[in-house]
Write a protein that binds this ligand. Structure first.
Ligand code: BDR
Ligand code: CA
Length: 316
């Protein structure tokens, strides 16, 4: 059984990532690290607890990560986040207050301790800003060689960003952290907009969850319908909502969902191109590469797997 940690800014697609990790066979979700991004860090942590409780996973601990980027002393939530994910981050759906509390250990320390404990058997899936991972690498650089698998949702190589032409949202929150991660000795798989924008969910699928007539099925249908409607407004050219974060979990468990290009990359921290994920000119000729960038995806097979897992989980 693979040990997995999710580092997320819960968030609607982050919620689907949690569900995917809980439903997939042979995965032991040992903890969630809350990040800022779609929501403030505390709200993201509480949302994660609520989603876990809704799905009956009351034994998965939730730790709080950093509350803002490496280069600033606070975080201002972007207005567009409330439009896409709802003011509360989960599509304005009111879930019961969680019975459990957030853990008191910091998310960064939990990550380092878990690498020490599980090493190659540990898979980390960050689907928010990379601040927590950058902090952990700074505190314990050796973990770059010890951790088994890091598959992240973020970036864009062959398509434009979604914040602006250069930057994808997670990377844009903290390009300095992302650059530290991309240029570290870590081996990464980048599940960026190149593949997530081709992996779409529509109301046809969420209606299958609604038809289950279960608490989880109805709540997830409501939460994700909010996201699908927001997508219609903000990305009218895409016929559905992108499965950004759950695709990263899927790829972490089954890399054959995507085809990748091996590259040495860096993340721009220049003002004009802040957050751009691109090949590192200085390391283009190096034969060894540390980032596998997803450039194509078997969206049909992924969607079938996604629906099998989530519908099965919500039916319980
Ligand atoms: C990413 O940004 C966040 O809003 C989503 O949850 C996803 O992780 C997509 O760019
Ligand atoms: Ca996210």
């Amino acid at each position: 059984t693979k040990k997995m940690i999710l580092d997320l800014d819960t968030g609607i697609d982050d919620s689907m990532a949690i569900a995917y990790a809980l439903a997939a066979p042979d995965v032991d979700l040992i903890g969630i690290i809350g990040s800022y991004g779609n929501v403030y860090v505390k709200d993201g942590g509480i949302n994660a607890l609520k989603i876990l409780e809704l799905l009956g996973a009351t034994d998965v601990p939730v730790y709080l990560g950093e509350s803002h980027s490496l280069t600033s002393d606070h975080f201002d939530r972007m207005q567009v986040s409330a439009r896409i994910h709802g003011e509360n981050g989960i599509g304005q759906v009111q879930l019961p207050e969680p019975k459990r509390a957030l853990e008191t250990t910091s998310g960064v320390d939990f990550l380092i301790d878990s690498v020490k404990k599980y090493g190659q058997n540990l898979t980390l899936v960050p689907t928010g800003p990379l601040t927590n991972l950058a902090k952990a690498l700074d505190k314990a650089p050796e973990i770059a060689h010890e951790i088994g698998n890091v598959t992240l949702m973020g970036g864009a190589l062959t398509v434009e960003g979604n914040v602006n032409a250069y930057a994808e949202a997670n990377i844009n929150q903290d390009a300095e952290a992302a650059n530290a991660v991309f240029t570290s000795p870590l081996h990464l798989t980048m599940v960026g907009l190149d593949v997530t924008l081709r992996t779409l969910l529509t109301r046809k699928e969420t209606s299958q969850w609604r038809d289950l007539n279960t608490k989880a099925g109805t709540a997830f249908a409501d939460i994700v319908d909010y996201y699908i409607d927001a997508y219609k407004e903000t990305n009218p050219q895409v016929p559905g909502c992108a499965l950004h974060d759950p695709l990263a979990v899927g790829v972490a468990l089954d890399p054959s969902f995507i085809t990748t290009l091996g590259l040495n990359m860096f993340v721009s921290t220049d003002k004009e191109t802040y957050g751009r994920t691109i090949g590192d000119q200085a390391r283009l000729d190096e034969p060894a590469t540390n980032v596998n960038v997803g450039i194509n995806v078997d969206a049909d097979r992924y969607l079938a797997t996604f629906m099998k897992y989530l519908t099965g989980l919500f039916a319980k």
